[in-house]
Ligand binder design. Sequence first.
Ligand code: ZN
Length: 514
Amino acid sequence: MRKINIFDTTLRDGEQSAGVNLNLHEKLEIARQLERLGVDIIEAGFPAASKGDFQAVQAIAQTVRNCSVTGLSRSVQSDIDAAWEALKDGAEPRLHVFIATSPIHMQYKLRMTPEQVIETAVESVRYAKKYFPIVQWSAEDACRSDLPFLATIIEKVIEAGANVINIPDTVGYITPKQYGDIFSFLKKNVRNIEKISLSAHCHDDLGMAVANSLAAIEAGATQIEGTINGIGERAGNAAIEEVAVALYIRKDYYQAETRLNLQEIKRTSNLVSKLTGMIVPPNKAIVGKNAFAHESGIHQDGVLKEKTTYEIISPQLVGVQSNSMVLGKHSGRHAFRTRIQELGYSLTEEEVNRLFVRFKDLADKKKDITDDDLIALILDERLDTYKNFYQLCSIQVQYGTNQIPTAVVVLKDGEGNDVQEAATGAGSVEALYNALEKALQLPVTLLDYRIESVGSGRDALAQVYVKVSLDGKEASGRGTAQDVLEASAKAYIHAVNRMFVIEKMREEQALAAQ
Ligand SMILES: [Zn+2]
């Protein structure tokens, strides 16, 4: 069996998805879960891009011990210096440095000749090797590059010390056969290719990211880059869970394996979906709600007689729990704390106590508390780090089919003053949001509103995602509560508070740059 390394870029390429912006705590939460999933490398961000990115990469490098943490860097010394500062405390510091190699990118974007590109690439790898034990070099837009040129530049960067060579299909243009052929060509035409490992990075613009990644493995790639749930720039990246399960289920064919703990897949997918607000489609392979649901009578009959008639993947393999009822009204603090630990969260005593109060409160209203409910509670509590901005104190909404929906809200502003406002609207949520907008005295525009239930049953928790804009800037937020209106109000305030945090960070950056 060949070993395939999994390079997760959920926190870098994934975070580039339109409308996604994760804060430090959310990134750390995802990094810890990726570590439990067993990815080999976590690309934590682009340290030179912003102060927030730098801090997140540094915190992740300092926290994660069981995988290598890397950061992206352009081929300039200041980017490499920033990356080293952020990554040096990691278990295995690694740099991911890139430069474009396609004629289109070299001519229009870089405005450099091919010779200048080679020189810059070699210089940056040499410079990076002074600090980093492992340097990965990427040829941006490799798939639209001239192959002999690609072979030449790769040979030169290997000479300069690169350890991993990545061949990204940056624009999602390649087909599986062609992608495999590029790897075969490089294996044949790059003299020192045996010294390094080859990596694939695919985008899903034509829906072929996973197929292309698997074709690369067949042609000799030993590292696959991708994201959880396939999120990422434009149509997204190769979905790591799909690549890993395909290799596992079809090991007879691929003869390759990853070190992923497949049972953590479902939990990782849920976490990433919750924190990014990117909902997983029900028909999505491996992690979609319907991925293991047999609907046709003939199929159901077959599965009841013998599972393998229609089921090639068992839900348990990827951690889908058929029976996830865990705690209830009579569960004590000890059972509660133990379950949280089993779910992989390490909370302080104070956090456990605060959560336990909320858990008891929920258990009074909801009979069975599932793992999903617990995780929703934990995330809601832990990620509510904006207490110094607006705080929701209370809401009251009146609705009747023959009445004008009316909402009253009470907020605490940044200085601790109570602000109370009332408003009407065409519906309950609109009335609520109109009242909140009045209380905030900000021209907030609602761009997106989505509601989901955590688990099933009529007493399930409601989870609301919103995207808002203010003065042309966007932020997303989410809220969890048993009532849909309370969850809606929390999500709105969460988004507005995040907007202020992002703004504050930008101001600090601007000051630092002066
Ligand atoms: Zn990419």
